[in-house]
Design a protein around this ligand. Structure first.
Ligand code: FE2
Length: 439
């Protein structure tokens, strides 16, 4: 048994080169309607063990699809200060936090003609489709805090809703960016302490904060450990804020203590707010030996300030995604990655949820083939929900082959439509997105 932590072994291990490949082999077909770039980001430590899976330097991978072909693959580090060898501590001797000192390793999103590589402790880093780094984004100086790796996008207004959390006050700040990319609102939200808030959710009229008992401890930070630790005494609350509101407008509702790494979606229905997310009894420890994450629905009655909680599925899941056009809106279908239980992170299958029929479907990849996050790409801008494709990077350990697999969302359990053969190993990463070309 190797002494290395799980994230330095196997297909979690970093790769040591930046490559460009043209005209990739495809098994099956690339749908003609898919014209754009699939982009995915993850930690890829430049040297040595960074101490936690979350802390490696961000590396982007992109595959270009057009005219029924996979025309290119490339991977590049985000040119962060750490990548460039600049010795810039995140917290300076004056106590000021340098929000440009990012790992840029967690998510890649598109908004207002910009691509943003995100890590929740820092400012976004703008990159190009060819994976060149433009630089940090502070929205013309309006952004003063960290910026979540999981902003939400309202398809109706074109807004990007976001927040930043910090171990120093203000612990939580809400951000609203308009469709043109201008940060039009930045509001401090009062919370009792600094909790790790990896994700949140939106509805048509609200944003939902999850203030859960994973609490910052300075002594852990000083020891170089994961600084957010479980603290039962903190309690757990959902904060419901009108999207253009401020701290005085927020409604906090107590819930049973738990942890949510990622939400699937939220929406309003019949005067209630529905939140769907993968729910853990506690946050996974450093070896990810945790209670399972179970897809769970919270139904919030804001008139009585009560919450009903129900488990939707008993499979251990995370990386939940949906049709991006329905973020914050009533929806029927979700998709997630199933994980084996036990220490380490072994991704096994993809799950599709029909939340109306309360049914699931499974996509099996076969022995030795592990999927990452499944990203939904609509077949066309006006196609129906679920009418499209699931794009997922896989690793076949039998063939030592990384692929981008394209599944038909409406034939979820069936064989992939196409499998792009990637000429180098793509390590397990975090999140990605389908970036269709502008029409
Ligand atoms: Fe995430």
């Amino acid at each position: 048994m190797s002494e290395l932590p799980f994230y330095m072994q196997g297909n979690f291990a970093p790769i040591d080169r930046e490559s460009t490949f043209e005209k990739l082999e495809v098994i099956g077909e690339i749908p003609e309607s898919l014209r754009g770039n699939f982009m995915r980001i993850g930690p890829n430590p430049i040297e040595g063990d960074p101490g936690h899976w979350f802390f490696g330097n961000g590396m982007l991978h992109t595959l270009r699809l057009e005219d029924g072909q996979a025309t290119s693959y490339r991977n590049r580090y985000v040119r962060t200060p750490a990548y460039l060898g600049e010795d810039r501590p995140m917290v300076g001797p004056d106590g000021q936090v340098d929000r440009t000192a990012t790992t840029a390793n967690t998510h890649i999103v598109a908004h207002a003609d910009r691509l943003l590589a995100l890590t929740e402790s820092s400012f976004p880093m703008e990159v190009t489709r060819d994976l060149d780094t433009v630089g940090p984004v502070d929205f013309d100086g309006v952004l003063k805090t960290a910026f979540t790796a999981h902003p939400k996008f309202c398809h109706k207004t074109g807004e990007m809703l976001a927040f930043g959390y910090s171990f120093l006050p203000p612990f939580l700040t809400y951000h609203r960016v308009d469709a043109k990319g201008k940060m039009v609102q930045s509001e401090v939200i009062e919370v009792p302490g600094s909790t790790m808030m990896h994700d949140f959710a939106i509805t048509e009229n609200y944003v939902l904060f999850l203030d859960l008992p994973l609490v910052f401890k300075m002594e852990e930070a000083m020891a170089g450990n994961m600084p957010y630790v479980w603290d039962d005494s903190y309690g757990a609350r959902l904060g419901i804020l009108p999207r253009n509101g401020g701290n005085a407008d927020i409604n906090w509702i107590e819930i049973e203590p738990c942890y949510v790494v990622h939400t699937l979606n939220a929406f309003e229905a019949e005067g209630k707010i529905i939140l769907d997310a993968s729910r853990y009894d506690e946050f996974p420890d450093v070896s990810f030996n945790s209670s399972p994450g179970l897809m769970t629905r919270w139904t919030i009655d804001t008139a009585s300030n009560t919450v009903k909680e129900e488990t939707l599925d008993d499979r251990n899941c995370d990386f939940p995604r949906l049709d991006p056009r329905l973020e914050g809106q009533p929806y029927r279908f979700g998709y997630s990655t199933e994980f084996a239980t036990g220490p380490g992170l072994e991704m096994t299958r993809l799950i599709k949820y029909d939340l109306d029929a309360r049914k699931t479907e499974i996509h099996e990849f076969g022995a030795g083939v592990a999927p990452g996050e499944g990203v939904f790409a609509p077949a066309a801008p006006d196609s129906a929900e679920d009418e499209g494709f699931i794009l997922v990077m896989t690793r076949d350990e039998n063939r030592e082959q990384s692929e981008l697999q394209i599944l038909d969302a409406q034939n979820f359990a069936g064989d992939p439509v196409g499998r792009v053969q990637i000429p180098q190993r793509v390590p397990v990463g975090f999140h990605g997105n389908w970036m269709p070309d502008a029409k």
